[in-house]
Design a protein around this ligand. Structure first.
Ligand SMILES: C[C@H](O)[C@H](O)[C@H]1CNC2=NC(N)=NC(=O)C2=N1
Length: 101
C-alpha cells in the first residue's frame, strides 16, 4: 500500500469512499466522531478496531467518553493522510455499521 501523503485533490477524491470523515484544517488528518448506544458498544467497537489496526500496523489516535469514540487518523511518517488512513477509516465505518451506525 502507498504511504505517500495525499495532497488536496487526491485527498478529496479518496474521501468520497469514506464520506462521514472530515479533514482537519491543515489537511494532515481525517476525523470522525462515533456515538454508540452505550459504553459497552463503544468499547466493543474499539476492541474490534484495535485488532484490525494491529493487523494493518496502522493505529488510530482516539479517545473515548462513555458512548462516544473520537477518532483521528494520519500517517505520521508521511506527515499527512495516506491511503492507509482511508483504508482504516473504511474498516472502522464497516465495524460501526454492525452497531447500527
Ligand atoms: C514502525 C511502524 O510501522 C510505524 O511506527 C507505524 C505504526 N502505526 C502507525 N499508525 C499511524 N496511524 N501512523 C503511522 O505513521 C504509524 N506508523
Amino acid at each position: 500500500m502507498n504511504d505517500a501523503r495525499l495532497e488536496h485533490e487526491a485527498l478529496n477524491e479518496a474521501l468520497q469512499a469514506v464520506e462521514n470523515w472530515v479533514v482537519t484544517e491543515d489537511e494532515t488528518a481525517i476525523a470522525r466522531d462515533f456515538k454508540f448506544a452505550d459504553f459497552r458498544e463503544a468499547f466493543a467497537f474499539m476492541s474490534e478496531c484495535a485488532l484490525a489496526a494491529e493487523r494493518l500496523d496502522h493505529h488510530p489516535d482516539w479517545s473515548n467518553s462513555y458512548n462516544r469514540v473520537g477518532v483521528s487518523l494520519s500517517t505520521h511518517d508521511a506527515g499527512g493522510v495516506s491511503t492507509r488512513d482511508i483504508a482504516l477509516a473504511g474498516i472502522m465505518d464497516e465495524a460501526a455499521r454492525r452497531f447500527g451506525l
